[in-house]
Write a protein that binds this ligand. Structure first.
Ligand SMILES: NC(=O)c1ccc[n+]([C@@H]2O[C@H](COP(=O)([O-])OP(=O)(O)OC[C@H]3O[C@@H](n4cnc5c(N)ncnc54)[C@H](OP(=O)(O)O)[C@@H]3O)[C@@H](O)[C@H]2O)c1
Length: 394
């Protein structure tokens, strides 16, 4: 029996579908933030519609249960606690607060304390053959341009935000439970939609600047054009993690699920691929090709100053006629700028991720496709779904 957290999320829902398809005989309990189990089922159906189609023979072995990892004991009902304690063999921990601009306390509550609560729960099961699969992020490496090996973790790195920092601390904590059960860690880089269908349920991270460029809101791109930018599709990440269910690992093994050194994309390449898809699948030929901002303007501090002053001006004149005028001009740029800001460091410099351990363990299956080979599918989906606003046939 499997326990999955984060099953309503972008990666978690893909992982749930994959685990269910690959191991239909295995019951999967999915911990969902909800008032009760019925509400948990409702939430899971909403986030994973194709899995719960009426004629689907698959979903019958999926059991959503209400819970919250930020609570000690996970907020489980007594009955669910009993079931899980007796029968769980594998835990896949995908739940996290993935916002890049949180205060440290809020990020800690989910990413660190939530992981600690789940680890304590796993320990209480008292089963040394239990497998704990932790979904981390390649960006636990922090603010470095070095090539990082997946066997390394430096929790004293300079981190670019509370997300990186709390995920790094959580990873270290997971490793410290190795004496109680077997742990395996997966570190994906930036995850985008499905490489075959383009489908995505989340239009964040890479999609935010891409959409802003597509809609013409972002005319000057705050990025260094040839910075290595590591992207992987969600079908690759979910497949590798799900394959791990049928494999055995050295206790504490850690795998980069990344494009890897020399196979990364870059802001310049992403822009070209977006322009190409826009021309092919819409009437938008991005006539005025955006330019890249000069490197000297690209410090986090200077960009933050611009955002603050724009936001302050807007706030101070909010009730005045002048604002109504400004709103027309600036309105949708202010929230957009705020969304893009936390993402800017990733467009300026990045670590590179060594994939030797992944390729050694998973063989050729461990190699994700190159972004340039599926970007058109990704952007086609964005354009046809109007960046998530309309349902497509997929
Ligand atoms: N997406 C990426 O590009 C990326 C890249 C590298 C690593 N990762 C890692 O992959 C994992 C999944 O990411 P994602 O993109 O799927 O994130 P996501 O779409 O933001 O989903 C987060 C999931 O965590 C759940 N969750 C949050 N707080 C919770 C709590 N207190 N108790 C129980 N569940 C809680 C959410 O439930 P609700 O529906 O209730 O909010 C949701 O199901 C994370 O560990 C993330 O760090 C993601």
């Amino acid at each position: 029996m499997i326990l999955l957290t984060g099953g309503t999320g972008f990666l978690g829902s893909a992982l749930l579908a994959r685990l269910n398809r690959m191991y239909p005989e295995k019951p999967i309990y999915v911990l969902v933030r909800a008032e009760d189990d019925d509400h948990a089922l409702h939430r899971l159906k909403e986030s994973n519609k194709s899995l719960f189609l009426k004629d689907s023979k698959f979903a019958k072995n999926i059991f959503p249960i209400a819970g919250d990892i930020s609570h000690q004991g996970l907020g489980l009902s007594g009955r669910n606690k009993d079931i899980l304690t007796q029968e769980i063999k594998s835990i896949y921990h995908s739940a996290a607060n993935t916002h890049l601009n949180l205060g440290i306390d809020e990020a800690t509550a989910c990413n660190y304390t939530g992981t600690a609560n789940l680890l304590e729960f796993a320990k209480s099961i008292d089963n040394s053959s239990l497998n704990f699969k932790h979904i981390s992020t390649a960006y636990v490496a922090g603010d470095t341009t070095q090539t990082v090996c997946s066997s390394n973790l430096n929790i004293n790195s300079l981190f670019r935000n509370s997300y990186e920092e709390t995920k790094a601390k959580a990873e270290k904590l997971v490793q410290s439970y190795k004496d109680h059960f077997s742990v395996v860690i997966f570190r994906p880089s930036v995850i985008v939609g499905d490489s075959i269908t383009g489908n995505t349920s989340a239009f964040n991270v890479l999609y935010i600047p891409a959409r802003a460029i597509y809609t013409g809101l972002l005319k000057v791109i705050p990025a260094i054009p040839h910075t290595p930018f590591d992207v992987v599709p969600v079908d690759y990440v979910s497949r590798i993690i799900a394959e791990s269910e049928a494999m055995s690992f050295e206790n504490g093994a850690c795998f980069h699920l990344t494009a890897g050194v020399g196979r990364e994309s870059s802001p310049a390449q992403i822009l070209d691929l977006l322009i190409n898809a826009a021309g092919k699948y819409s009437k938008n030929n991005l006539k005025h090709k955006p330019i890249f901002a000069p490197a000297e303007f690209l410090s986090q501090e200077s960009i933050q100053k611009v955002i603050h002053s724009v936001t302050n001006i807007a706030t101070n004149i909010y009730h005045t006629q002048t604002f109504k005028h400004f709103e027309k001009i600036l309105g949708n740029r202010i929230p957009l700028l705020n969304q893009i800001l936390p993402f800017i460091p990733y467009m300026i410099s990045n670590p590179r991720f060594d994939t030797k351990m992944t390729l050694d363990k998973f063989g050729p299956n461990g190699l994700p496709p190159l972004f340039e080979n599926y970007a058109e599918t990704i952007f086609k989906f964005c354009i046809e779904s109007r960046w998530g606003r309309v349902q497509t046939a997929q």
